[in-house]
Design a protein around this ligand. Structure first.
Ligand code: UFG
Length: 330
């Protein structure tokens, strides 16, 4: 059993990972500013430090007080579109916030860190499925802020011996099988969440952003990774760092892509009624096809996704949304 600090542990992926870390018998402390996260998503008995990564003194105090064996760092702004409209906020929050955390980690004895990175660091890929050594050319400020943090981690490891694992997530979806926690972002932009909220009558129709992509049905293809499989990847990454493995990066996806239309078909099946659809223009910055080559994490950490059936993935999200139509507010 190790002591872990989880930044952003009250958020969507963070709260699922906290449960997986507890199940692996770790002791967990959450640090979250609760701007996007939810107090209700943090399990009873897990200490919650309400602090912002931009508050350098608060971050240092949390590390000093709890002296974690490792940190799992989720806390970040996550919207691609918003990052293009307000890059200052994104660089400050995601990159400068991470710098505060990394500085504290090196000052308190080079505490290892698992970093929540993204497929967005690759931008428009030359090769699909995308391997970890593919060119990094983010097409959004959001992707840039995550790539800069990867750069800082590399430099901190070289200079101060700060071990890290960058987990580059593809399209995270689904919810814990209990149905008690799930996606509830302040602004809804993700395909599956929007479709399920449409099924609940909270939106009139689903927009398909572009039907003229070079894909079999003309809509974008993404690799949909279930949040509990992603949480398992964090547990394995923590274990490898605690075992003294060298710093590295892993893609986390199922290695298979589904088109926007295939996702909407799966949603129709799960909710039992066809949602109204409308084809809209392409959304700026959307690559046609993003699919992970996750062979490295499978080979090195023995990770395997358990949820590869799209209908099953959507069902797990539906259990959460239908039970909590207004998210954590009820
Ligand atoms: N889409 C629609 N209609 C909608 C919403 C989305 O057609 O109402 C389409 C998008 O154009 C895209 C696909 O559905 O082709 C998936 O879109 P999401 O917004 O759900 O997810 P993204 O692929 O844009 O982005 C996600 C995360 C990012 C991360 C990226 C990496 O939100 O943080 O995956 O692959 F960087």
């Amino acid at each position: 059993m190790s002591k872990l600090l989880v930044t952003g542990g009250a958020g969507y992926i963070g709260s699922h990972t906290v449960r997986a870390l507890l199940a692996a018998e770790h002791e967990v402390v959450v640090l979250d500013n609760l701007k996007a996260g939810h107090r209700e998503a943090v399990p009873t008995g897990v200490p919650l430090i309400e602090a912002d990564l931009l508050d350098e003194a608060a971050v240092r105090a949390a590390i000093e007080a709890h002296r974690p064996d490792a940190v799992v760092h989720f806390a970040a702004l996550i919207e691609v579109g918003e990052s293009m409209k307000d890059p200052a906020r994104y660089y400050r929050n995601n990159t400068a916030g991470s710098l505060n955390l990394l500085t504290a980690l090196k000052d308190f004895g080079s505490i290892p860190i698992v970093f929540s990175s993204t497929a967005a660091v690759y931008g428009e890929p030359d090769v699909v499925p995308i391997p970890e050594d593919a060119a990094k050319r983010p097409t959004s400020v959001y992707g840039e802020t995550k790539l800069w943090t990867e750069h800082m981690l590399k430099a901190f490891d070289a200079a101060y011996g700060l071990p890290h694992v960058n987990l580059r997530y593809f399209n995270v979806c689904g919810a814990d099988e209990s149905g008690a926690i799930g996606e509830d972002h302040p602004n809804k932009t993700h395909l599956i969440e929007l479709a399920l909220l449409t099924a609940l009558g909270q939106r009139e129709k689903m927009m398909i952003f572009g039907e003229d992509y070079p894909t079999p049905d003309g809509t974008c293809i993404r690799d949909y990774i279930h949040v509990t499989d992603l949480a398992d990847a964090h547990v394995l990454a923590v274990a490898s760092l605690l075992d003294g493995s060298p710093s590295t990066a892993y893609n986390v996806g199922i290695g298979h892509g589904f088109s926007v239309k295939e996702v909407l078909d799966a949603v129709d099946r799960v909710v039992g009624t066809p949602l109204k659809r409308e084809v809209a223009p392409r959304r700026p910055g959307d690559p046609a096809r993003l699919v992970a080559d996750s062979s490295r994490i499978k080979a090195e950490l023995g990770w395997h996704p358990r949820h590869t059936d799209l209908v099953g993935i959507v069902e797990s999200a539906w259990k959460w949304h239908s039970g909590h139509p207004h998210g954590f507010e009820g």
